[in-house]
Design a protein around this ligand. Structure first.
Ligand SMILES: Cc1cc2nc3c(=O)[nH]c(=O)nc-3n(C[C@H](O)[C@H](O)[C@H](O)COP(=O)(O)OP(=O)(O)OC[C@H]3O[C@@H](n4cnc5c(N)ncnc54)[C@H](O)[C@@H]3O)c2cc1C
Length: 402
């Protein structure tokens, strides 16, 4: 956060205490949301969020801000629908303008198999609480007239699904709204404070070691995004996570109003328009696992080519900026939330390329778990032990990446 924003957003900084009831490692959306919900829903305010850089400096400030619940399996539809609904109320609840805008989301299908998949998605979504409709090419043209239904002569649009609640919100504002809301209730946030190890007594985690000294805690939550493997190792855990870079870019301003979010699962890109008029475009993860934040020309060339195939007007625009985040990819493309088997140590991870939309519900549910000691029903299927129990939640087709 720069100095200008620090003056606009009312954050009150404190010196770290020697101990807290709860220490949350990682000041991204999930860490901040967990702190916010601990304070607002459970009155637990003796909480510290430790962030090694600045809040929202990880993926929560680098994403393409798509919010949706059109997932492919019941457990995920229910969970993300809860988050979609919490996002719809977040401005009113926090009293902060997060620039939430309902846009509707189109997922385009270019093959018979794709059409079947989108029909099935519409049914599963409707059955488990998220509104999604199957749409014909004619209906797609009405929702997004800019789409070339011939797909450049190579990727004809045969149908798709339309998710009216698909939305976007300004990522920084989401982070700051949650941080302000938590801090004004007494939560401490410590930026530029890196956790370098965990404090343990036997198998129990009793706090964290930071680059500024030890902090004791009744519970420690790992919310460190793509860096979870290192933190997990400190607890003696080998997590089923691989970290992959994910890139995105924006163009200069597009004069016309491009209302919906448009995605193609065959061409692997999605596009929406920001409040400033830029076209914001994202795609699949880099194939090679790494922690590199470098952006590359290959991605730009290939992603821009695919996007222009369906949205030819993009040819007239210029690319202004590109950037990268590092994503915690789980093997089944579903998140991992909850207890770890290590006493007092909780994780929220596996958010991969899809965790911005989950920030409100993820934090709400993690806070309930920490406050009550009981895993809420909504996130029970996403527990870490599902891999050992052979109860994985395969949903790759909904992740928006391959
Ligand atoms: C380009 C891109 C586009 C995306 N688009 C979307 C989208 O459209 N919709 C969607 O739902 N999701 C999207 N995502 C995914 C989404 O951004 C993430 O899943 C989500 O932000 C994860 O939040 P988090 O709080 O878990 O992690 P982060 O926001 O990454 O926060 C983790 C924090 O932990 C800190 N940290 C790490 N190690 C330590 C340590 N040892 N000590 C202290 N602090 C530490 C980091 O500095 C970081 O700030 C996208 C991601 C990227 C990169």
């Amino acid at each position: 956060m720069n100095e200008f924003m620090e003056r606009q957003v009312k954050l009150t900084w404190h010196e770290p205490k020697a101990s807290y009831d709860v220490v949350i490692v990682g000041g991204g959306g999930h860490g901040l949301s967990t702190a916010y919900h601990l304070a607002t829903r459970h009155g637990i305010t003796n909480v510290a969020v430790l962030e090694r850089k600045y809040i929202g400096g990880g993926n929560s400030g680098r994403n393409t801000t798509v919010i949706r619940a059109n997932y492919g399996i019941p457990e995920a539809v229910r969970f993300y629908q809860r988050s979609v609904e919490l996002y719809q109320r977040l401005e009113e609840e926090t009293g902060r303008w997060i620039m939430h805008e309902r846009k509707g989301l189109l997922w385009l299908a270019h093959t018979e198999a794709g059409v079947r998949a989108e029909r099935a998605r519409a049914r599963v979504n409707t059955a488990f609480g998220a509104e999604t409709l199957f749409v014909t090419p004619g209906e797609i043209k009405e929702i997004a007239p800019e789409v070339d239904l011939t797909g450049g002569g190579q990727w004809p649009v045969l149908g798709g699904s339309y998710h009216p609640q698909g939305a976007t919100a300004r990522h920084d504002r989401v982070n700051w709204a949650l941080a302000e809301g938590a801090m004004e209730r007494g939560v401490h946030i410590h930026q530029r404070t890196a956790v370098t190890d965990l404090l343990k007594e036997g198998d129990r985690v009793t706090g964290v070691m930071t680059d500024k000294g030890p902090i004791h805690a009744g519970a420690v939550v790992s919310a460190v995004g793509g860096h979870v493997t290192a933190l997990g190792r400190m607890a003696g855990l080998r997590l089923p996570i691989r970290t992959h870079p994910l890139q995105a870019f924006v163009t200069n301003h597009y004069a016309l109003d491009f209302h919906p979010i448009v995605a193609s699962m065959s061409l692997l890109f999605y596009a929406s328009q920001t409040a400033r008029g830029e076209m914001l475009i994202g795609a699949e993860i880099d194939p090679q696992p790494s922690y590199s934040y470098r952006s590359g020309h290959h991605f730009l060339q290939s992603c821009a080519f695919r996007a222009m195939t369906l949205l030819p007007f993009l040819r007239r625009l210029r690319i202004l900026r590109q950037w990268t985040g590092v994503c915690d990819m789980s093997p089944d493309y579903s998140p991992i939330m909850g207890k770890t088997g290590v006493e007092n140590f909780y994780i929220t991870t596996g958010w991969g390329t899809w965790g911005f939309k989950a920030i409100p519900a993820g934090g709400e549910q993690m806070a309930e778990l920490i406050a009550t000691g009981e895993t809420p029903e909504l996130i029970a299927p996403f527990a870490l032990d599902r891999f050992a129990r052979d109860r994985t939640l395969a949903d790759r087709g909904s992740a928006g990446t391959h």
